[in-house]
Ligand binder design. Sequence first.
Ligand SMILES: [Zn+2]
Length: 132
Amino acid sequence: MNLPKGLVEAMLAHAQETYPEECCGLLAGAGSLPTHIYRVQNAHPTPQIFYEMAPQEQFYVFKNMRHNGLTLAAIYHSHPESPARPSASDIRLAYDPEPYYLLVSLQQREAPDLRAYRIVDGAVTEEHIDIV
Ligand SMILES: [Zn+2]
């Protein structure tokens, strides 16, 4: 998938700011390239358990996307202390097969690891990221 450098930097900054808690958010765009980032409050910020986007905030984000002619491109969250791989609960809770699932690992805090996945019916496929 193609990712603008600015969005990559914004996701990494979000992950660093919320460390040691998990951050989460959404990327949206009008075409195949994501252009917008929406930070979403994590309703369950306890590290390592699972993340859940605050439902009310998610509602407003989707409303804003529609208003601006954008569609969901990717769902991101951070793993403060574990690798950038979807956990069992991440896979279980990945209901939507359409977006990319992005993971930022801060296991090595000075060298964050960003990875992209498709998750379809519990099957996880890693996708190459091109920073544009
Ligand atoms: Zn996770």
